[in-house]
Design a protein around this ligand. Sequence first.
Ligand SMILES: [Zn+2]
Length: 298
Amino acid sequence: MRLGGEPESSNFEDRTGQGGGFGFGGGGGNALGCLLPLVMSRFGIVGVIILLLGYCVLTQLGGGGGGLVPGGPTTTAPTSQSAGQSRLPAQTKEFLTRVLGSTEQTWGELFAKSGQRYVPTTMVAYTSGTQSGCGAAQAAMGPFYCPDDKKIYIDPSFFNELSQRFGAPGDFAQAYVVAHEVGHHVQDLEGTLDQAHNLQARASETEGNAIQVKVELQADCYAGVWAANARDAQGSIMEQGDLEEGMRAAEAIGDDTLQKQSQGVVVPESFTHGTSAQRMNALRTGYQSGNPAACKSL
Ligand SMILES: [Zn+2]
């Protein structure tokens, strides 16, 4: 990717120096828009894994009503010993704020085309854990979007995991992750997350999962739409090989691929994000069309 021509976003909170926040306050919250159905915890704690499943798979979409109590009972305040000291490398911060800035520019234009105004999301970078409007954020959950406070939460060490563990290195693989979460924010602005939430409230678990798959695939597609439209003064910021990096990431985090790796068997009813093929197809559809209308909705 050729980043540098776009403005760095100011909608960015650096909480990387704020320590733990290591509470699992409440469990199944309202957060949605995880990139992954389940990131196997690098802490290797079984309890965490179960909780994560609960958090991502069984939770409901959307803002409003019935979420976690912010600052749930077991959530700890940021520790003071490291407070204020950012642990975010300048290069990582620049990457995140430029990609975010590019999404603001691109979605701003796309919204304007249909006579609407794009209200940007805020990105929160943290290490290990922090408090979100949807409950305690844990690095092991992977990046996610919280509709209740309209923020994206990301521990940038996820990018190492993406590269090493999921075998998807490259700047566009990382940008795809950010753009996927921004895609959830777009869905939030469009009312799709609320709509999904309402549908899921009346649905069985299997039907609820199927609704969530549609939401996630549309976010993948929106990531492609951003990439297709992202430009600076010299033209597209996409370079040779970038799309392939994104494809590799989309393939690596498909439900079937992750389930095969983690449990050896594939259980389609439990899918929440779509198969590798579906995720790759969604990203490609968005990229080739460059048009949000090409991204299937609910
Ligand atoms: Zn998602």
